[in-house]
Design a protein around this ligand. Structure first.
Ligand SMILES: C[S@@+](CC[C@H](N)C(=O)[O-])C[C@H]1O[C@@H](n2cnc3c(N)ncnc32)[C@H](O)[C@@H]1O
Length: 290
């Protein structure tokens, strides 16, 4: 039950009793892999409060019962959307995009006929800046882009960010790392915002996917490169291992996974072979006879 007093929060935000907070965090962790420690209680409680107000729930326990048993799963999705951290921007950690066009794509292309698809997956993609950056990088910097059928898939657990990614409307802040040339070529100014061109919007296959749901993950197979950046930092070691094992199954033998700069495979899994490309280490699924 939520009360009007708080001992740990910096303002007068209501708190939930520790045993309910622990039950909620355990439930949310099992559903998403995201682990909220005690230091996140203010963030979590504020968002729970907002969801309770939106659903006119009278108590935390009423709300929690609805989340768990609602047949449509609609409130669970709204809760996930409220709890995720979606910070991203164009050309974030772009040294990996350089490695993609300078090393990975040429290596993959050598084993393919021109008509064969090359499949890339931005998982998680948040509001779309990452997959759109990949598309721009390939069009601008891979001379063989026209010879191959490059498919870019992009997914996230948060249905709100996927809707925004499909819209492709961004603030100037999201574009701060783009050169004026890229900005002019791929965006149209709309008031203070920028809309990415229809060709790029139509070229990315966006979907809502939870990396911890085996059934959903089974739809994603034969990927050549997966960008899984800045999500595992919200997981614990157990859910990190489950996630990378699922992503391993999604990769072709010889395929690569790219992690965020503060994420490393070394403590998570020994299934991948680390490979250094310039300033970055990427992780390769060994080919079967390696
Ligand atoms: C900080 S963003 C990273 C976006 C982008 N990859 C980047 O590096 O800029 C983290 C994203 O992970 C997503 N996420 C968290 N848990 C997830 C899960 N279990 N399955 C899929 N996406 C998840 C969140 O919704 C959020 O959009």
């Amino acid at each position: 039950m939520l009360s009007a007093t708080s001992t740990s929060a910096p303002t007068s935000a209501p708190t939930i009793p520790p045993e309910d907070y622990a039950r909620f965090c355990d439930f949310f962790y099992r559903k998403t892999g995201i682990l909220f420690g005690a230091n996140k209680s203010y963030f979590v409680e504020r968002r729970l409060q907002e969801r309770m107000a939106s659903t006119r729930s009278e108590s935390f326990r009423d709300y929690f019962t609805m989340v768990r048993f609602q047949a449509s799963g609609e409130e669970m999705q709204s809760l996930v959307n409220a709890m995720t951290v979606n910070e991203t921007y164009f050309y974030r950690e772009d040294y990996q995009f350089d490695a993609l066009v300078q090393h990975l794509l040429p290596e993959i292309a050598r084993t393919r006929r021109p008509s064969d698809p090359i499949r890339l997956w931005s998982m998680p993609c948040s509001t779309g800046e990452e997959p759109y950056s990949i598309a721009m990088q390939i069009l601008e910097n891979w001379s063989q882009a026209d010879e191959y059928s490059v498919e870019i898939l992009a997914s996230d657990i948060d249905s709100r960010v996927i809707a925004e990614a499909r819209q492709g409307l961004y603030s100037a802040r999201a574009l701060h790392r783009l050169s004026p040339a890229l900005r002019n070529r791929y965006f149209t100014a709309i008031g203070e915002n920028f809309r990415i061109c229809a060709e790029l919007r139509g070229s990315i296959d966006f979907s809502v996917v939870n990396v911890t749901e085996p059934l959903a993950m089974r739809r994603f197979r034969h990927l050549d490169v997966i960008f899984c950046r800045n999500m595992l930092i919200y997981f614990d070691d157990t859910s990190r291992r489950q996630a990378v094992e699922a992503l391993y199954e999604s990769l072709r033998p010889g395929g690569y996974i790219c992690l965020g700069h503060s994420e490393s495979m070394s403590r998570i899994s020994s299934m991948f072979r680390p490979r250094k490309f310039g300033a970055t280490i990427l992780y390769q699924r060994p080919v079967d006879n390696d």
